[in-house]
Design a protein around this ligand. Structure first.
Ligand code: F0G
Length: 482
């Protein structure tokens, strides 16, 4: 926890929980890892989990649940309509965000689909601090346009700015005036801005943006999927909020934005999705879409057991001991990598540790997906599964041109309460080895490129035999092959 100090002065991410259920891990040898990577089309999304030692692909749906969450699952009230589990979820959501209306959905992107259907007309622009892959895909699928109005520091990979996820409010004002309010579908703030390295948004910025939207009569939307880490950073980094209760912060957020939504695979450590609002008109506009796309209004595609786990998980988000866990582990891993001169996103954010693949592999052009290549190499050298967050994760233009990402990142997500400090040290050790051998790493090209969200299912091949050479060097340095 953040306020327990070691007498030695060492900065250790202390776990404020104990582990009573474990899952066995295996680490394949280097040759088997190469085979598994080839079979996965050099895309870490396509690896089989049995071939993975440390799964740092995502924290989505893979966070460790608490004993209380598991216990709550037993009291699920299985009913197609009017389930008590839904009533309990409504109560939990109201306790946290203070909002009146709740719509359930099967996960975060399903909320985005509903939002886009309800509020985005072809040609309209949605303004946001930064896009997320699924958010943008749903908006553009319906003919909408996404524009980012992030702060000046957002794309500065190595920075000292505490809230890189903030929206530039002057730019927001100017943009709305330039576009005209009818051409703006909504303004969206994403907590813990995912694609720029899990970087938080300040409460002050949220207030200002919500106020501008109110004045200009534009819908304000808050994506709370990564709110847990963001809350921690508001408490730790935002001077004016140091003495605020976590629940006061969440209630304020619920009251200032017109609509809040989240992936419950992230917030609340369960599975599912929720859309919240105090506005009855917005609620009614979205309500009809839930039975159409998701399921009846009191389950919306969620299993009722997961709904019970979510109600408890949301309440646990109001505990500093819980929400500090991911950020302090991200910081610990980031520090270990910095010690080895490995280029990373700073300041350390939430969600996971983000490596700057562009700087790690300056010899690989963006057209050969340096972050994708680094994700492959990290698996090859340690059985560690990370996620490409660079050009592979972008969409081509309608003309088929590549959209080069602003940043070529590789994300090593740290699912909540799953891994220990020794795991982090192993990751740093293997990536340290890789950094010393980085010149051996080559590029990738698509052999099978899906049209929509290609990073999920696309298959790639190496541009040379660099993977074999990397494995040969690994075997030379670590003859056990493990
Ligand atoms: N918004 C944000 C900020 C997210 O990080 C995600 C998912 C979603 C929306 C969509 O939610 O997956 O439940 O449909 N992020 C996952 C990740 C995929 O790995 O970062 P979902």
């Amino acid at each position: 926890m953040s306020n327990i100090n070691f007498f030695s002065g060492e900065n250790v991410p202390l776990e404020m929980h104990k582990v009573r259920m474990v899952q066995k891990l295996t680490l394949l040898d280097a040759k088997s890892r190469l085979k598994a990577m080839e079979e996965a089309g050099n895309n870490t999304f396509l690896l089989q989990n049995k071939d993975v030692f440390l799964d740092m692909l995502s924290d989505s749906g893979v966070n460790a649940m608490s004993d209380r969450q598991f216990a709550a699952m037993f009291i699920a009230d299985d009913a197609y309509a009017g389930s008590e589990s839904f009533t309990r979820l409504e109560e939990a959501v109201t306790k946290i965000f203070g909002t009146k209306f709740l719509l359930p959905a099967h996960q975060g992107r399903a909320c985005e689909n509903i939002l886009a259907h309800a509020f985005v007309k072809p040609g309209q622009v949605t303004l946001m601090n930064y896009h997320f892959t699924t958010t943008k895909a749903h908006i553009t699928r319906l003919g909408g346009v996404v524009e980012e109005i992030h702060s000046a520091e957002a794309l500065n990979i190595e920075s000292c700015e505490n809230f890189k996820g903030d929206i530039d409010v002057d730019l927001l004002n100017a943009k709305i005036d330039q576009l005209g309010k009818d051409n703006v579908a909504f303004v969206r703030i994403e907590a813990g801005t995912n694609l720029i390295g899990g970087q938080p948004v300040s409460l002050e910025n949220m207030r200002k943006v919500a106020e501008i939207c109110r004045q200009k009569n534009i819908i304000s939307v808050f994506d709370a999927s990564l709110l847990s880490d963001n809350l921690y950073f508001i408490k730790i980094r935002e001077e004016a909020c140091k003495n605020m209760e976590l629940n006061d912060i969440t209630k304020e957020i619920g009251s200032i934005f017109d609509i809040t939504y989240f992936s419950a695979r992230k917030l609340g450590c369960a599975k599912g999705g929720c859309i919240l609002t105090n506005n009855e008109d917005f609620y009614n506009q979205m309500k009809e879409l839930v039975p159409l796309f998701e399921g009846f209004l009191t389950y919306g595609g969620m299993s009722l057991r997961e709904m019970e786990a979510l109600s408890v998980g949301l309440i646990e988000t109001l505990d500093m001991d819980f929400i500090s866990q991911t950020p302090i582990f991200v910081e610990a891993l980031t520090e270990e990598l910095i010690k080895r001169n490995i280029p990373v996103v700073t300041p350390a954010g939430g969600l996971g540790c983000h490596i700057n693949a562009g700087k790690f592999l300056p010899h690989i052009p963006q057209s050969q997906y340096p972050a994708g290549a680094l994700a492959c190499a990290i698996y090859l050298c340690g059985g560690i599964r990370g996620m490409e967050r660079g050009t592979m994760s972008e969409q081509r233009t309608p003309e088929g041109e590549e959209t080069f990402a602003n940043m070529e990142l590789i994300r090593l997500a740290i699912p909540k309460r799953v891994y220990t400090l020794s795991h982090m040290k192993f990751v740093a050790d293997r990536i340290g080895w890789l950094y010393e051998n980085r010149e051996l790493i080559g590029g990738l090209e698509f052999s099978d490129e899906p049209k929509v969200m290609r990073f999920f299912l696309g298959r790639l091949k190496p541009t040379s035999d660099w993977q074999q050479k990397l494995i040969d060097k690994f075997m030379k340095d670590m003859p056990s092959g493990i």
